[in-house]
Design a protein around this ligand. Structure first.
Ligand SMILES: [Zn+2]
Length: 142
């Protein structure tokens, strides 16, 4: 799987691109750390997606409550139907360890991108307000 081109493909889908990490997800990642998030990611994929037969397939991934859930919807790794449609991973057979690794890598890359862009927007705003204060102060002193 080519992660970057897959992410581009997903970004072109209005539905997939509508999922974003919110402040509580960002806080959760900060509190838990990336290693734990990746461990959760492996756990979810292994238990909820990898088996050949899944009783609630199509409904096993909530839309919020964990950053990995959002990543799964954004990356079309939410159920076996989406995995087969988007990533050519066949339904009805166990997902291989290699494929699990690739899915986790895709989800982690998406979350890292979301995390970084979330931080950037926060700091950009802060820099702007500092800059716009400066000329006012200078005028007061001149
Ligand atoms: Zn799905």
């Amino acid at each position: 799987m080519d992660i970057e081109s897959t992410l581009l493909r997903l970004a072109n889908s209005k539905f997939r691109a509508s999922f974003h990490l919110k402040r509580d997800d960002i806080e959760y990642i900060k509190t838990k750390g990336w290693d734990t998030i990746q461990a959760h990611c492996y756990d979810f994929i292994t238990k909820r997606l990898a088996p050949a037969v899944i009783d609630n397939d199509g409904k096993q991934t909530p839309t919020h409550g964990h950053p990995v859930f959002k990543a799964q919807h954004a990356c079309a790794c939410c159920c076996r139907g989406c995995l087969s449609k988007w990533h050519k991973i066949k339904k009805g057979i166990i997902i291989s360890n290699n494929e699990i690794k690739e899915i986790v890598e895709l989800l982690m890359t998406w979350m890292h991108k979301e995390f970084d862009s979330f931080k950037e927007t926060g700091s950009k705003k802060a820099t702007k307000s500092i800059k716009s204060n400066k000329p006012i102060q200078l005028k007061l002193f001149s």
